[in-house]
Ligand binder design. Structure first.
Ligand SMILES: Nc1ncnc2c1ncn2[C@@H]1O[C@H](COP(=O)(O)OP(=O)(O)OP(=O)(O)O)[C@@H](O)[C@H]1O
Length: 606
């Protein structure tokens, strides 16, 4: 129970931090709603009592008028409160959704390649949307408060009823008027509440089991549905390789499993509801007997029958639904706890104690660096040591899977070494500062992506824009001819934007190079920068490398061995180790992998 209350309080605190007035609105709206439900009962009792004593009188008409005005005012106020609450909850939902995207973008990059972290993100997303999401959770929270207020008010009325005694009551009925009957009724209510607690625990256990079983399936299903079937980039491969049946089969298998878990969950819930209905009816019957006897023996006026019968029905209903609402709320809170747990993950904003600023003269050293991917059995990079001198162009070459891209990601601070250290100007960068290295590199990754938007915004990443500079980098990256074809030039929308233009693979690569140059970072890294370029564009990029890079330091990864000729220094990687290093002339003379790679490509073009 303590644990329950702690988790509910955690989520309420989270909600309060995000949208401070939401809880207050929920609280007042629920209190008001439960109070309003009693007004017609009180007035009806009152009207009957006045009617039975005075008949149709002026007092009676006044009462009817007051009743009508009160109901009108209360409902108006209730409507305003609920309207405000709905808006506040919607704002809250949008804010929480935004928080997930924000958190993911600030998380350490290596977490996004780790399946455990991906499951955590999925759980956080599910936690927000599961069973209606935060809107349903807030509505359930309001219902719980409303039910609680109803229980308190009805119990107060019941206690009042129990102490209304009559002097002319006798026989078996006298028992109903005694203190013992009151005690037994209160004990039965207590039992009913305890039974409710048992119901709620069983209900919750079933729900939680279902949620955990379903999260992994839901992530996998999402992959097949959104990232495969509905992904336009995959559409070509699906059709060419006739993958439709295989994809549907994978989805069907997961859906079958999900349905099996859901059926078990629903069966359990149905059983619990049946037990609850049985107990509820028993208690209702006893309440009616008590009120009828009290009215019959004039312990209470006849009109009060309406108030007591109505409030006892409400009490019975509130007690039977309280555990269900509570459990449902707690389950939603548990889902939200996954969200809270994810949001509390340390991210780069918390870790970067001190930014690291490289300059054009900085020297980068890898000192016995090894790296192993999470859940992998061996190191991808093995005890690597080297120094990168400033203002030099360094090429990294090697066969597929040698570890070139991994090395670049370590250099940029996207991964942290499993062992060894990275030094800047001889000073080791501690692991919490590594991600701060990211801001020092203008990188074009092998699998680069461009953000859909206006061309100029893609280049500047919506930082301060300098049109002259944008045009200059587009020229340097070889995009000039394509730019001339665009009627509004750098103001052209790309991708999903209105009237968005679709860039070819090569054009997109040129824009990515321009983006890296515009960032004007001290180091430029190009991982397969010309893979999608036509031979003329490729040669243009390499012959203008000096102009492009100017006095910056640069690293190239390329399988086009001819590009190495333009570099001052070449590192040859093989199976995660540096096996050769030197200039093209030096390495070509050595009987090693470099010469083999070079000759293999040269022979091919003979
Ligand atoms: N996220 C990952 N999790 C586990 N292993 C990975 C991951 N990314 C890469 N690897 C493995 O690490 C090894 C090195 O990959 P890397 O991409 O660094 O090679 P590369 O030299 O750049 O290859 P290529 O020339 O094909 O681009 C490969 O065997 C690859 O399978």
């Amino acid at each position: 129970m303590k644990e329950h209350i702690r988790s509910i309080m955690t989520i309420l605190k989270l909600i309060h931090q995000q949208r401070p007035y939401t809880l207050l609105l929920g609280l007042s709206s629920s209190f008001f709603k439960s109070l309003v439900a009693y007004i017609p009962l009180w007035f009806t009792s009152w009207i009957i009592n006045v009617f039975t004593v005075h008949g149709v009188s002026q007092q009676l008409w006044e009462l009817v008028f007051v009743l009508a005005v009160s109901i009108l005012c209360c409902e108006g106020l209730q409507y305003i409160l609920e309207f405000r609450l709905h808006i506040a909850v919607k704002e809250l939902e949008l804010q929480l959704e935004k928080n997930i995207s924000e958190k993911v973008m600030y998380l350490a990059y290596d977490r996004l390649e780790d399946k455990d972290s991906l499951d955590m993100i999925e759980r956080a997303k599910d936690g927000l949307s599961q069973s209606g999401g935060v809107i349903a959770m807030m509505s359930q929270f309001s219902s719980l408060l409303e039910t609680l207020f109803t229980i308190i008010m009805s119990l107060a009325l019941l206690l009042y009823l129990l102490q209304c005694h009559s002097s002319n009551i006798s026989g078996i009925f006298a028992f109903f008027d005694s203190i013992w009957a009151g005690a037994i009724i209160l004990l039965m209510l207590l039992g009913y509440i305890c039974f409710g607690n048992y119901l709620s625990r069983s209900f919750e256990k079933a729900g939680q089991t279902f949620f955990v079983q379903n999260t992994k399936l839901s992530r996998e299903n999402d992959y097949y549905c959104n990232e495969v079937a509905l992904n336009s980039a995959m559409a070509k491969d699906i059709r060419i390789f006739q993958m439709q049946e295989a994809v549907l089969e994978e989805m069907e298998q997961r859906q079958k499993k999900s349905l099996k878990y859901f059926t078990i969950f629903i069966k359990r819930i149905a059983g619990l509801f049946t037990e609850s209905v049985f107990f509820g009816n028993m208690i209702n019957t006893i309440f009616y007997m008590l009120i009828i006897i009290k009215v019959y023996f004039h312990s209470i006026p006849i009109g009060d029958f309406v108030t007591y019968a109505g409030s006892m029905a409400k009490l019975n209903n509130a007690i039977s639904t309280f555990p269900i609402i509570y459990t449902d709320l707690h389950m939603k809170v548990i889902y939200m706890m996954y969200y809270d747990e994810f949001l509390k993950l340390p991210d780069q904003r918390m870790q970067d104690e001190k930014a690291i600023q490289l300059n054009e003269e900085s020297i980068i050293t890898f000192d016995h660096v090894s790296y192993r991917y999470p859940h992998s059995e061996s190191d991808v990079l093995k005890d690597i040591s080297f120094t990168l001198q400033p203002r030099k162009k360094t090429a990294i070459v090697g066969q597929n899977g040698a570890g070139k891209t991994t090395l670049i990601k370590l250099l940029c601070g996207l991964y942290k070494p499993t062992s060894g250290q990275i030094l800047i100007d001889g000073i080791p960068v501690n692991s919490s500062q590594l991600s701060a290295l990211q801001n020092n590199f203008g990188v074009v990754f092998q699998d680069f992506t461009l953000f859909d938007g206006m061309l100029k915004d893609i280049i500047t990443n919506q930082t301060a824009e300098n049109e002259e500079q944008i045009l200059a980098v587009l020229k340097q990256s070889g995009f000039e001819k394509s730019l001339q074809k665009l009627s509004v030039g750098i103001y052209t929308n790309i991708g999903i934007q209105e009237n968005g233009v679709q860039l070819s693979g090569g054009e997109a690569q040129k824009v990515a190079i321009a983006r890296a140059l515009y960032a004007n970072r001290p180091w430029v890294i190009l991982d397969e920068p010309t893979a999608a370029l036509d031979p003329l564009s490729e040669i243009e990029i390499y012959t203008h490398l000096n102009d492009l890079i100017k006095d910056k330091s640069a690293i190239y990864i390329s399988h086009r061995m001819s590009s190495c000729q333009f570099c001052d220094d070449i590192i040859v990687l093989d199976k995660g180790k540096i096996i050769q290093r030197g200039t093209h002339e030096m390495l070509y003379k050595e009987q090693g992998l470099y010469q083999k790679l070079w000759n293999a490509q040269a022979d091919y073009f003979k």
